[in-house]
Design a protein around this ligand. Sequence first.
Ligand code: J2J
Length: 533
Amino acid sequence: MAGYKKNMAQYENLEGWEKLSLGMQLDKWAIRYGNRIAVTDSEEEITYSELNQKAIGTGQYFMEKGIQKGDKVLVQLPNRISFVVVLFALAKIGAVPIMMLPAHRETELEGIIALAKPSAYIVAERYLGFYYVEMAMAMQKKFPCIQNVFVDGTQRGAWYEAETERQGVFPEVDSYSTAVLLLSGGTTGVPKLIPRTHTDYMYNARMSAKRCQLDESSVYLAALPVAHNFPLCCPGLLGTFDIGGKVVLAPTTSPDDILTAITEEKVTITALVPAMVTVCMEMLEYDEDYDISSLKILQVGGAMLEDSLADKIIEEWPCTLMQVFGTAEGLLSFTSPDDDVTVIARCQGTPVSPADEVKIVDENDEEVPTGVFGELLSRGPYTIDGYYMAEETNRTSFTEDGFYRTGDKAMWTGKGHLRMGGRIKEQINRAGEKIMPAEIEAYLCKHSDIKEAAVVGVPDETLGNRICAFILTEKGNALDVQAVHQFLKEIGVASYKLPDQVEIIEKWPLTSVGKVDKKVLVQMAQEKRGDYR
Ligand code: J2J
Protein backbone atom coordinates (compact mmCIF):
# COMPACT_ATOMS: atom_id res chain seq x y z
CA MET A 1 0.00 0.00 0.00
CA ALA A 2 1.06 3.58 -0.42
CA GLY A 3 1.18 3.85 3.35
CA TYR A 4 -2.01 5.88 3.39
CA LYS A 5 -5.50 4.50 3.78
CA LYS A 6 -8.45 6.74 3.07
CA ASN A 7 -10.82 7.27 5.98
CA MET A 8 -14.31 7.09 4.48
CA ALA A 9 -15.98 8.41 7.65
CA GLN A 10 -14.75 11.93 6.84
CA TYR A 11 -17.08 12.02 3.82
CA GLU A 12 -20.26 10.84 5.48
CA ASN A 13 -21.83 14.29 5.69
CA LEU A 14 -21.44 15.01 2.00
CA GLU A 15 -24.62 15.55 0.02
CA GLY A 16 -25.01 12.52 -2.29
CA TRP A 17 -22.92 10.18 -0.11
CA GLU A 18 -25.05 7.15 0.69
CA LYS A 19 -24.17 3.93 2.47
CA LEU A 20 -26.14 1.70 0.11
CA SER A 21 -24.92 -1.00 -2.27
CA LEU A 22 -25.62 -0.64 -6.00
CA GLY A 23 -28.01 -3.60 -5.74
CA MET A 24 -30.05 -1.74 -3.16
CA GLN A 25 -29.95 1.45 -5.19
CA LEU A 26 -31.71 -0.46 -7.97
CA ASP A 27 -34.37 -1.69 -5.50
CA LYS A 28 -34.96 1.95 -4.61
CA TRP A 29 -35.13 3.11 -8.24
CA ALA A 30 -37.56 0.29 -9.11
CA ILE A 31 -39.93 1.54 -6.43
CA ARG A 32 -39.46 5.18 -7.32
CA TYR A 33 -39.51 4.99 -11.13
CA GLY A 34 -41.33 1.63 -11.64
CA ASN A 35 -42.86 1.74 -15.11
CA ARG A 36 -40.61 4.34 -16.65
CA ILE A 37 -38.21 3.04 -19.32
CA ALA A 38 -34.80 2.54 -17.75
CA VAL A 39 -32.78 1.30 -20.69
CA THR A 40 -33.09 0.46 -24.35
CA ASP A 41 -30.74 -1.24 -26.81
CA SER A 42 -31.20 -2.07 -30.48
CA GLU A 43 -33.42 -5.06 -29.57
CA GLU A 44 -35.63 -4.18 -26.61
CA GLU A 45 -36.46 -1.71 -23.90
CA ILE A 46 -37.16 -2.41 -20.24
CA THR A 47 -38.59 -0.49 -17.32
CA TYR A 48 -36.97 0.10 -13.95
CA SER A 49 -39.14 -2.66 -12.38
CA GLU A 50 -38.26 -5.10 -15.14
CA LEU A 51 -34.58 -4.31 -14.80
CA ASN A 52 -34.73 -5.03 -11.08
CA GLN A 53 -36.64 -8.27 -11.65
CA LYS A 54 -34.11 -9.45 -14.22
CA ALA A 55 -31.21 -8.52 -11.96
CA ILE A 56 -32.77 -10.44 -9.06
CA GLY A 57 -33.48 -13.51 -11.22
CA THR A 58 -30.07 -13.48 -12.82
CA GLY A 59 -28.33 -12.90 -9.49
CA GLN A 60 -30.15 -15.83 -7.96
CA TYR A 61 -29.20 -18.02 -10.92
CA PHE A 62 -25.53 -17.01 -10.66
CA MET A 63 -25.53 -17.83 -6.94
CA GLU A 64 -27.02 -21.28 -7.60
CA LYS A 65 -24.21 -21.86 -10.10
CA GLY A 66 -21.64 -21.01 -7.45
CA ILE A 67 -20.85 -17.29 -7.70
CA GLN A 68 -20.42 -15.99 -4.17
CA LYS A 69 -20.13 -12.69 -2.37
CA GLY A 70 -16.59 -11.32 -2.83
CA ASP A 71 -15.89 -13.36 -6.00
CA LYS A 72 -14.35 -11.54 -8.94
CA VAL A 73 -16.14 -12.07 -12.26
CA LEU A 74 -14.81 -11.19 -15.71
CA VAL A 75 -17.51 -9.36 -17.63
CA GLN A 76 -16.93 -8.85 -21.33
CA LEU A 77 -20.17 -7.69 -22.87
CA PRO A 78 -20.91 -5.01 -25.45
CA ASN A 79 -23.50 -2.26 -25.12
CA ARG A 80 -26.57 -4.43 -24.60
CA ILE A 81 -29.16 -4.65 -21.86
CA SER A 82 -27.59 -7.90 -20.66
CA PHE A 83 -24.58 -5.84 -19.51
CA VAL A 84 -26.80 -3.77 -17.24
CA VAL A 85 -28.60 -6.83 -15.88
CA VAL A 86 -25.29 -8.55 -15.12
CA LEU A 87 -23.86 -5.46 -13.44
CA PHE A 88 -26.75 -5.28 -10.97
CA ALA A 89 -27.08 -9.05 -10.57
CA LEU A 90 -23.46 -9.19 -9.40
CA ALA A 91 -23.94 -6.12 -7.20
CA LYS A 92 -26.82 -7.85 -5.44
CA ILE A 93 -24.64 -10.86 -4.67
CA GLY A 94 -21.72 -8.67 -3.65
CA ALA A 95 -19.59 -10.23 -6.42
CA VAL A 96 -17.24 -7.87 -8.24
CA PRO A 97 -17.32 -7.44 -12.03
CA ILE A 98 -14.00 -6.82 -13.78
CA MET A 99 -14.90 -4.45 -16.58
CA MET A 100 -13.21 -5.93 -19.65
CA LEU A 101 -13.78 -4.18 -22.96
CA PRO A 102 -15.08 -6.13 -25.98
CA ALA A 103 -11.81 -5.30 -27.73
CA HIS A 104 -9.68 -7.21 -25.22
CA ARG A 105 -8.06 -10.43 -26.30
CA GLU A 106 -5.93 -13.19 -24.77
CA THR A 107 -2.98 -11.02 -23.73
CA GLU A 108 -5.05 -8.55 -21.73
CA LEU A 109 -7.25 -11.29 -20.29
CA GLU A 110 -4.35 -13.45 -19.13
CA GLY A 111 -2.70 -10.61 -17.23
CA ILE A 112 -5.92 -9.77 -15.46
CA ILE A 113 -6.99 -13.34 -14.69
CA ALA A 114 -3.57 -14.07 -13.18
CA LEU A 115 -3.93 -10.99 -10.99
CA ALA A 116 -7.57 -11.19 -9.87
CA LYS A 117 -8.38 -14.93 -10.14
CA PRO A 118 -12.01 -14.57 -11.22
CA SER A 119 -14.39 -17.44 -10.46
CA ALA A 120 -16.50 -16.85 -13.58
CA TYR A 121 -16.39 -15.27 -17.01
CA ILE A 122 -19.50 -13.71 -18.56
CA VAL A 123 -19.05 -13.12 -22.25
CA ALA A 124 -20.95 -12.29 -25.44
CA GLU A 125 -21.18 -15.16 -27.88
CA ARG A 126 -20.29 -12.90 -30.77
CA TYR A 127 -19.75 -9.20 -31.37
CA LEU A 128 -18.52 -7.31 -34.43
CA GLY A 129 -17.52 -10.51 -36.18
CA PHE A 130 -15.53 -11.95 -33.28
CA TYR A 131 -16.56 -15.26 -31.70
CA TYR A 132 -15.73 -15.01 -27.98
CA VAL A 133 -16.71 -18.50 -26.80
CA GLU A 134 -13.55 -20.18 -28.02
CA MET A 135 -11.39 -17.59 -26.31
CA ALA A 136 -13.38 -17.95 -23.07
CA MET A 137 -13.04 -21.74 -23.15
CA ALA A 138 -9.30 -21.46 -23.72
CA MET A 139 -9.04 -19.13 -20.71
CA GLN A 140 -11.04 -21.54 -18.57
CA LYS A 141 -8.75 -24.38 -19.58
CA LYS A 142 -5.65 -22.39 -18.78
CA PHE A 143 -6.94 -20.91 -15.50
CA PRO A 144 -8.81 -23.42 -13.31
CA CYS A 145 -10.03 -20.58 -11.04
CA ILE A 146 -12.70 -19.92 -13.71
CA GLN A 147 -15.41 -22.35 -12.66
CA ASN A 148 -18.13 -21.10 -14.98
CA VAL A 149 -18.39 -19.42 -18.36
CA PHE A 150 -21.77 -17.76 -19.00
CA VAL A 151 -22.45 -16.94 -22.63
CA ASP A 152 -24.78 -14.18 -23.75
CA GLY A 153 -25.81 -15.68 -27.08
CA THR A 154 -27.89 -14.40 -29.95
CA GLN A 155 -30.83 -16.14 -28.26
CA ARG A 156 -29.66 -14.70 -24.92
CA GLY A 157 -28.48 -17.01 -22.15
CA ALA A 158 -30.93 -18.96 -19.99
CA TRP A 159 -29.46 -17.00 -17.11
CA TYR A 160 -30.86 -13.83 -18.58
CA GLU A 161 -34.31 -14.64 -19.93
CA ALA A 162 -35.91 -17.49 -18.04
CA GLU A 163 -35.14 -16.52 -14.51
CA THR A 164 -37.14 -13.37 -14.01
CA GLU A 165 -39.74 -14.89 -11.68
CA ARG A 166 -37.28 -15.91 -8.98
CA GLN A 167 -37.38 -14.29 -5.60
CA GLY A 168 -34.08 -12.96 -4.41
CA VAL A 169 -32.39 -13.80 -1.16
CA PHE A 170 -29.07 -12.07 -1.21
CA PRO A 171 -26.27 -11.62 1.30
CA GLU A 172 -25.81 -8.29 3.00
CA VAL A 173 -23.35 -6.18 1.02
CA ASP A 174 -21.17 -3.56 2.70
CA SER A 175 -21.43 -0.36 0.68
CA TYR A 176 -17.76 0.38 1.42
CA SER A 177 -16.71 -2.90 -0.20
CA THR A 178 -15.54 -3.02 -3.84
CA ALA A 179 -18.41 -2.76 -6.33
CA VAL A 180 -16.44 -2.83 -9.59
CA LEU A 181 -12.88 -3.31 -10.77
CA LEU A 182 -12.23 -0.87 -13.61
CA LEU A 183 -9.32 -1.12 -15.99
CA SER A 184 -6.77 1.64 -15.81
CA GLY A 185 -6.56 3.88 -18.88
CA GLY A 186 -2.78 3.45 -18.93
CA THR A 187 -2.01 1.54 -22.12
CA THR A 188 1.47 0.31 -21.12
CA GLY A 189 2.91 -2.31 -18.79
CA VAL A 190 1.22 -4.62 -16.29
CA PRO A 191 -2.55 -4.30 -16.06
CA LYS A 192 -3.80 -2.15 -13.23
CA LEU A 193 -7.23 -2.71 -11.69
CA ILE A 194 -9.09 0.10 -10.03
CA PRO A 195 -11.29 -0.88 -7.06
CA ARG A 196 -14.31 1.41 -6.69
CA THR A 197 -16.70 0.97 -3.77
CA HIS A 198 -20.52 0.99 -4.01
CA THR A 199 -20.75 4.26 -2.12
CA ASP A 200 -17.96 6.17 -3.84
CA TYR A 201 -19.07 5.04 -7.30
CA MET A 202 -22.63 6.18 -6.73
CA TYR A 203 -21.36 9.46 -5.33
CA ASN A 204 -19.22 9.85 -8.49
CA ALA A 205 -22.35 9.33 -10.64
CA ARG A 206 -24.45 11.76 -8.58
CA MET A 207 -21.95 14.59 -8.61
CA SER A 208 -21.59 14.15 -12.37
CA ALA A 209 -25.36 14.12 -12.89
CA LYS A 210 -25.66 17.28 -10.84
CA ARG A 211 -23.03 19.09 -12.92
CA CYS A 212 -24.86 17.93 -16.08
CA GLN A 213 -28.19 19.14 -14.66
CA LEU A 214 -29.85 15.81 -15.47
CA ASP A 215 -33.53 15.27 -14.65
CA GLU A 216 -36.27 12.68 -15.28
CA SER A 217 -36.63 13.83 -18.88
CA SER A 218 -32.95 13.19 -19.65
CA VAL A 219 -32.12 10.65 -22.34
CA TYR A 220 -28.48 9.55 -22.06
CA LEU A 221 -26.77 7.85 -24.99
CA ALA A 222 -23.96 5.45 -24.08
CA ALA A 223 -21.87 5.72 -27.23
CA LEU A 224 -18.55 4.53 -25.78
CA PRO A 225 -18.25 0.92 -24.54
CA VAL A 226 -20.22 0.88 -21.27
CA ALA A 227 -17.52 -0.97 -19.38
CA HIS A 228 -15.59 2.30 -19.46
CA ASN A 229 -15.91 4.66 -16.52
CA PHE A 230 -17.03 7.64 -18.64
CA PRO A 231 -20.32 6.16 -20.01
CA LEU A 232 -20.84 3.97 -16.96
CA CYS A 233 -20.72 6.56 -14.24
CA CYS A 234 -19.83 10.12 -15.31
CA PRO A 235 -22.85 10.51 -15.17
CA GLY A 236 -23.45 7.70 -17.67
CA LEU A 237 -25.76 4.82 -16.85
CA LEU A 238 -25.64 5.10 -13.08
CA GLY A 239 -26.17 8.86 -12.95
CA THR A 240 -29.12 8.62 -15.36
CA PHE A 241 -30.77 5.76 -13.45
CA ASP A 242 -30.40 7.63 -10.18
CA ILE A 243 -32.41 10.53 -11.56
CA GLY A 244 -35.02 8.36 -13.34
CA GLY A 245 -33.97 9.18 -16.90
CA LYS A 246 -33.62 6.83 -19.85
CA VAL A 247 -30.41 5.18 -21.06
CA VAL A 248 -29.94 4.35 -24.74
CA LEU A 249 -27.18 1.88 -25.61
CA ALA A 250 -25.49 2.44 -28.99
CA PRO A 251 -24.46 -0.97 -30.37
CA THR A 252 -21.11 0.29 -31.70
CA THR A 253 -19.05 3.46 -31.66
CA SER A 254 -19.64 4.07 -35.37
CA PRO A 255 -20.81 7.61 -36.21
CA ASP A 256 -23.84 6.19 -37.99
CA ASP A 257 -24.97 4.24 -34.90
CA ILE A 258 -24.41 7.27 -32.69
CA LEU A 259 -26.19 9.77 -34.93
CA THR A 260 -29.05 7.36 -35.65
CA ALA A 261 -29.59 6.79 -31.93
CA ILE A 262 -29.57 10.54 -31.22
CA THR A 263 -32.07 11.11 -34.03
CA GLU A 264 -34.45 8.25 -33.19
CA GLU A 265 -34.36 8.38 -29.40
CA LYS A 266 -34.22 12.16 -29.08
CA VAL A 267 -31.11 11.91 -26.97
CA THR A 268 -30.46 14.89 -24.68
CA ILE A 269 -26.92 14.06 -23.53
CA THR A 270 -24.05 11.90 -24.68
CA ALA A 271 -20.33 11.51 -24.04
CA LEU A 272 -17.70 11.25 -26.77
CA VAL A 273 -13.93 11.34 -27.06
CA PRO A 274 -12.60 14.03 -29.43
CA ALA A 275 -11.77 11.58 -32.24
CA MET A 276 -15.41 10.44 -32.28
CA VAL A 277 -16.65 14.02 -32.45
CA THR A 278 -14.56 14.57 -35.55
CA VAL A 279 -16.00 11.57 -37.39
CA CYS A 280 -19.54 12.46 -36.34
CA MET A 281 -19.03 15.96 -37.69
CA GLU A 282 -17.80 14.61 -41.01
CA MET A 283 -20.83 12.33 -41.22
CA LEU A 284 -23.19 15.22 -40.47
CA GLU A 285 -21.71 17.20 -43.33
CA TYR A 286 -22.60 14.52 -45.86
CA ASP A 287 -25.91 13.24 -44.55
CA GLU A 288 -28.75 15.59 -43.81
CA ASP A 289 -31.15 12.94 -42.50
CA TYR A 290 -29.72 13.01 -39.00
CA ASP A 291 -31.37 15.30 -36.48
CA ILE A 292 -29.32 16.16 -33.41
CA SER A 293 -31.50 19.07 -32.29
CA SER A 294 -32.66 17.19 -29.16
CA LEU A 295 -29.12 17.32 -27.69
CA LYS A 296 -28.68 19.64 -24.76
CA ILE A 297 -25.21 18.60 -23.65
CA LEU A 298 -22.29 17.05 -25.47
CA GLN A 299 -19.66 15.83 -23.04
CA VAL A 300 -16.22 15.59 -24.62
CA GLY A 301 -13.30 14.14 -22.71
CA GLY A 302 -10.79 11.36 -22.39
CA ALA A 303 -8.13 13.03 -24.47
CA MET A 304 -6.90 16.53 -25.24
CA LEU A 305 -9.56 18.52 -27.03
CA GLU A 306 -7.80 20.87 -29.41
CA ASP A 307 -8.93 24.49 -29.09
CA SER A 308 -9.90 24.53 -32.76
CA LEU A 309 -12.18 21.50 -32.38
CA ALA A 310 -13.73 22.97 -29.22
CA ASP A 311 -14.49 26.16 -31.16
CA LYS A 312 -15.97 24.14 -34.03
CA ILE A 313 -18.26 22.19 -31.69
CA ILE A 314 -19.45 25.38 -30.03
CA GLU A 315 -20.12 26.92 -33.42
CA GLU A 316 -21.74 23.97 -35.18
CA TRP A 317 -23.51 21.83 -32.57
CA PRO A 318 -26.92 22.89 -31.32
CA CYS A 319 -26.07 22.20 -27.69
CA THR A 320 -23.76 23.07 -24.83
CA LEU A 321 -20.26 21.66 -24.95
CA MET A 322 -19.14 20.21 -21.64
CA GLN A 323 -15.39 19.64 -21.45
CA VAL A 324 -14.63 16.64 -19.29
CA PHE A 325 -11.36 15.65 -17.71
CA GLY A 326 -11.82 12.22 -16.16
CA THR A 327 -9.94 9.30 -14.72
CA ALA A 328 -11.18 5.85 -13.84
CA GLU A 329 -9.07 6.24 -10.67
CA GLY A 330 -11.54 8.90 -9.56
CA LEU A 331 -11.05 12.62 -10.11
CA LEU A 332 -13.50 14.24 -12.50
CA SER A 333 -13.42 17.85 -13.59
CA PHE A 334 -16.14 19.23 -15.86
CA THR A 335 -17.09 22.62 -17.18
CA SER A 336 -20.60 23.68 -16.22
CA PRO A 337 -23.45 24.50 -18.61
CA ASP A 338 -23.62 27.83 -16.75
CA ASP A 339 -19.99 28.74 -17.54
CA ASP A 340 -19.22 31.49 -19.97
CA VAL A 341 -18.61 30.13 -23.48
CA THR A 342 -15.04 31.49 -23.43
CA VAL A 343 -14.39 29.31 -20.37
CA ILE A 344 -16.03 26.25 -21.93
CA ALA A 345 -13.89 26.65 -25.04
CA ARG A 346 -10.54 26.65 -23.27
CA CYS A 347 -10.57 24.56 -20.09
CA GLN A 348 -11.75 21.41 -18.38
CA GLY A 349 -13.69 23.10 -15.61
CA THR A 350 -13.60 22.35 -11.91
CA PRO A 351 -13.71 19.13 -9.86
CA VAL A 352 -17.25 17.80 -9.44
CA SER A 353 -17.16 17.41 -5.64
CA PRO A 354 -16.57 20.17 -3.08
CA ALA A 355 -14.46 17.63 -1.17
CA ASP A 356 -12.04 16.94 -4.05
CA GLU A 357 -8.50 17.95 -3.18
CA VAL A 358 -6.43 18.86 -6.21
CA LYS A 359 -2.81 19.97 -6.33
CA ILE A 360 -0.60 20.90 -9.27
CA VAL A 361 3.03 20.31 -8.45
CA ASP A 362 6.53 20.55 -9.92
CA GLU A 363 9.08 17.72 -9.97
CA ASN A 364 9.77 18.28 -6.24
CA ASP A 365 6.09 17.98 -5.39
CA GLU A 366 5.92 21.71 -4.61
CA GLU A 367 2.73 23.43 -5.72
CA VAL A 368 3.15 25.66 -8.77
CA PRO A 369 1.55 29.12 -9.16
CA THR A 370 -1.56 29.83 -11.25
CA GLY A 371 -0.82 29.77 -14.98
CA VAL A 372 2.12 27.38 -14.67
CA PHE A 373 1.92 23.78 -15.80
CA GLY A 374 2.75 20.98 -13.38
CA GLU A 375 1.57 17.47 -12.56
CA LEU A 376 -2.02 17.07 -11.44
CA LEU A 377 -2.45 15.21 -8.13
CA SER A 378 -5.76 14.33 -6.55
CA ARG A 379 -7.28 12.92 -3.38
CA GLY A 380 -10.90 12.86 -2.30
CA PRO A 381 -14.15 11.04 -1.65
CA TYR A 382 -14.23 9.04 -4.88
CA THR A 383 -10.54 8.87 -5.80
CA ILE A 384 -8.89 5.56 -4.95
CA ASP A 385 -6.03 5.27 -2.48
CA GLY A 386 -4.42 2.34 -4.30
CA TYR A 387 -4.73 -0.08 -7.22
CA TYR A 388 -5.92 -3.61 -6.56
CA MET A 389 -3.09 -5.78 -5.21
CA ALA A 390 -0.32 -3.60 -6.60
CA GLU A 391 1.98 -2.60 -3.77
CA GLU A 392 4.89 -1.70 -6.00
CA THR A 393 2.86 0.42 -8.43
CA ASN A 394 1.06 2.10 -5.55
CA ARG A 395 4.32 3.34 -4.10
CA THR A 396 5.01 5.33 -7.25
CA SER A 397 1.44 6.16 -8.31
CA PHE A 398 0.45 7.75 -4.97
CA THR A 399 2.15 10.22 -2.67
CA GLU A 400 2.87 9.35 0.98
CA ASP A 401 -0.26 11.23 2.01
CA GLY A 402 -2.49 9.48 -0.50
CA PHE A 403 -2.66 11.79 -3.51
CA TYR A 404 -3.03 9.97 -6.83
CA ARG A 405 -0.38 11.03 -9.35
CA THR A 406 -2.34 11.38 -12.60
CA GLY A 407 0.78 11.74 -14.78
CA ASP A 408 -1.09 14.57 -16.48
CA LYS A 409 0.13 18.06 -17.07
CA ALA A 410 -2.32 20.71 -15.90
CA MET A 411 -2.53 24.30 -14.72
CA TRP A 412 -4.96 26.53 -12.89
CA THR A 413 -6.27 29.34 -15.06
CA GLY A 414 -6.68 32.81 -13.60
CA LYS A 415 -10.37 32.13 -13.13
CA GLY A 416 -9.76 28.98 -11.11
CA HIS A 417 -10.41 26.36 -13.78
CA LEU A 418 -8.26 23.41 -14.74
CA ARG A 419 -6.60 23.37 -18.12
CA MET A 420 -4.93 20.16 -19.22
CA GLY A 421 -1.67 20.16 -21.16
CA GLY A 422 -1.14 16.54 -22.18
CA ARG A 423 0.71 13.68 -20.50
CA ILE A 424 3.83 14.28 -18.48
CA LYS A 425 5.03 10.80 -19.21
CA GLU A 426 4.58 11.47 -22.90
CA GLN A 427 7.20 14.14 -22.68
CA ILE A 428 9.85 13.52 -25.32
CA ASN A 429 13.45 13.77 -24.19
CA ARG A 430 15.38 14.49 -27.36
CA ALA A 431 19.08 14.72 -26.70
CA GLY A 432 18.33 16.26 -23.31
CA GLU A 433 15.74 18.73 -24.58
CA LYS A 434 12.21 18.20 -23.21
CA ILE A 435 9.37 18.41 -25.73
CA MET A 436 5.63 18.01 -25.12
CA PRO A 437 3.92 16.34 -28.08
CA ALA A 438 0.74 18.37 -27.50
CA GLU A 439 2.66 21.56 -28.10
CA ILE A 440 4.04 20.39 -31.48
CA GLU A 441 0.63 19.03 -32.43
CA ALA A 442 -0.92 22.43 -31.85
CA TYR A 443 1.75 24.09 -34.02
CA LEU A 444 1.25 21.60 -36.82
CA CYS A 445 -2.51 22.14 -36.79
CA LYS A 446 -1.92 25.79 -37.64
CA HIS A 447 -0.78 24.69 -41.13
CA SER A 448 -3.63 25.14 -43.60
CA ASP A 449 -3.07 21.69 -45.15
CA ILE A 450 -2.96 19.82 -41.84
CA LYS A 451 -6.24 18.64 -40.34
CA GLU A 452 -4.97 16.66 -37.37
CA ALA A 453 -1.57 15.72 -35.98
CA ALA A 454 -0.16 13.31 -33.41
CA VAL A 455 3.43 13.49 -32.26
CA VAL A 456 5.31 10.67 -30.58
CA GLY A 457 8.76 10.11 -29.17
CA VAL A 458 10.45 7.19 -30.89
CA PRO A 459 13.45 5.44 -29.31
CA ASP A 460 16.53 6.49 -31.24
CA GLU A 461 20.13 5.33 -30.92
CA THR A 462 21.62 8.78 -31.26
CA LEU A 463 19.06 11.14 -29.81
CA GLY A 464 17.51 9.00 -27.07
CA ASN A 465 14.18 9.90 -28.57
CA ARG A 466 13.47 11.31 -31.98
CA ILE A 467 10.31 13.23 -32.73
CA CYS A 468 7.91 11.69 -35.20
CA ALA A 469 4.91 13.65 -36.42
CA PHE A 470 1.97 11.81 -37.94
CA ILE A 471 -0.24 14.10 -39.93
CA LEU A 472 -3.64 13.82 -41.50
CA THR A 473 -3.66 16.28 -44.35
CA GLU A 474 -6.44 18.24 -45.97
CA LYS A 475 -7.52 16.42 -49.16
CA GLY A 476 -4.59 14.01 -48.84
CA ASN A 477 -1.99 16.67 -49.71
CA ALA A 478 1.55 15.39 -49.35
CA LEU A 479 3.90 17.14 -46.95
CA ASP A 480 7.46 16.06 -46.31
CA VAL A 481 9.94 16.75 -43.55
CA GLN A 482 11.38 19.77 -45.35
CA ALA A 483 7.99 21.40 -45.87
CA VAL A 484 7.04 20.84 -42.23
CA HIS A 485 10.38 22.24 -41.03
CA GLN A 486 10.00 25.28 -43.21
CA PHE A 487 6.53 25.97 -41.87
CA LEU A 488 7.48 25.52 -38.22
CA LYS A 489 10.51 27.75 -38.64
CA GLU A 490 8.33 30.36 -40.31
CA ILE A 491 6.02 30.50 -37.33
CA GLY A 492 8.99 30.67 -35.00
CA VAL A 493 9.37 27.27 -33.42
CA ALA A 494 12.71 26.40 -31.80
CA SER A 495 14.74 24.14 -34.04
CA TYR A 496 15.10 21.38 -31.41
CA LYS A 497 11.34 20.88 -31.58
CA LEU A 498 11.28 20.17 -35.31
CA PRO A 499 10.10 16.63 -36.08
CA ASP A 500 12.87 14.28 -37.21
CA GLN A 501 10.36 12.14 -39.03
CA VAL A 502 7.07 13.03 -40.70
CA GLU A 503 4.51 10.44 -41.74
CA ILE A 504 1.28 11.07 -43.58
CA ILE A 505 -1.58 9.01 -42.21
CA GLU A 506 -5.07 8.42 -43.60
CA LYS A 507 -6.77 6.96 -40.55
CA TRP A 508 -5.76 6.99 -36.87
CA PRO A 509 -5.14 3.72 -35.07
CA LEU A 510 -7.51 3.96 -32.08
CA THR A 511 -7.53 2.27 -28.68
CA SER A 512 -10.67 0.35 -27.73
CA VAL A 513 -12.16 3.50 -26.24
CA GLY A 514 -11.48 5.64 -29.26
CA LYS A 515 -8.30 7.46 -28.28
CA VAL A 516 -5.47 7.78 -30.80
CA ASP A 517 -3.27 4.80 -29.98
CA LYS A 518 0.17 6.33 -29.64
CA LYS A 519 1.78 2.99 -28.89
CA VAL A 520 0.81 1.82 -32.37
CA LEU A 521 2.09 5.08 -33.85
CA VAL A 522 5.49 4.52 -32.23
CA GLN A 523 5.62 1.04 -33.79
CA MET A 524 4.65 2.45 -37.17
CA ALA A 525 7.35 5.09 -36.87
CA GLN A 526 9.92 2.43 -36.06
CA GLU A 527 8.88 0.28 -39.01
CA LYS A 528 9.23 3.22 -41.35
CA ARG A 529 12.50 4.35 -39.82
CA GLY A 530 14.40 3.82 -43.07
CA ASP A 531 12.46 6.69 -44.62
CA TYR A 532 13.55 9.46 -42.32
CA ARG A 533 16.55 11.62 -42.86
C1 J2J B 1 -6.79 15.61 -21.68
N1 J2J B 1 -6.58 14.36 -21.24
C2 J2J B 1 -7.62 13.72 -20.72
C3 J2J B 1 -9.05 15.64 -21.12
C4 J2J B 1 -8.98 12.32 -19.77
C5 J2J B 1 -14.51 10.81 -18.13
C6 J2J B 1 -13.71 11.19 -19.18
C7 J2J B 1 -12.55 10.50 -19.47
C8 J2J B 1 -12.17 9.42 -18.70
C9 J2J B 1 -10.91 8.73 -19.02
C10 J2J B 1 -12.95 9.05 -17.64
C11 J2J B 1 -8.90 14.31 -20.62
N2 J2J B 1 -7.97 16.23 -21.63
N3 J2J B 1 -10.22 16.27 -21.10
O1 J2J B 1 -12.64 8.02 -16.83
O2 J2J B 1 -14.88 9.37 -16.36
C12 J2J B 1 -6.64 11.51 -20.13
C13 J2J B 1 -5.68 11.81 -19.01
C14 J2J B 1 -6.19 10.95 -17.88
C15 J2J B 1 -6.61 9.72 -18.64
C16 J2J B 1 -7.61 8.87 -17.90
C17 J2J B 1 -14.13 9.75 -17.36
N4 J2J B 1 -9.70 13.42 -20.03
N5 J2J B 1 -7.73 12.49 -20.18
O3 J2J B 1 -10.33 8.95 -20.08
O4 J2J B 1 -8.96 6.32 -16.95
O5 J2J B 1 -4.40 11.41 -19.41
O6 J2J B 1 -10.44 7.85 -18.09
O7 J2J B 1 -5.23 10.66 -16.89
O8 J2J B 1 -9.42 5.98 -19.43
O9 J2J B 1 -7.16 10.23 -19.86
O10 J2J B 1 -8.00 7.82 -18.71
P1 J2J B 1 -9.21 6.88 -18.28
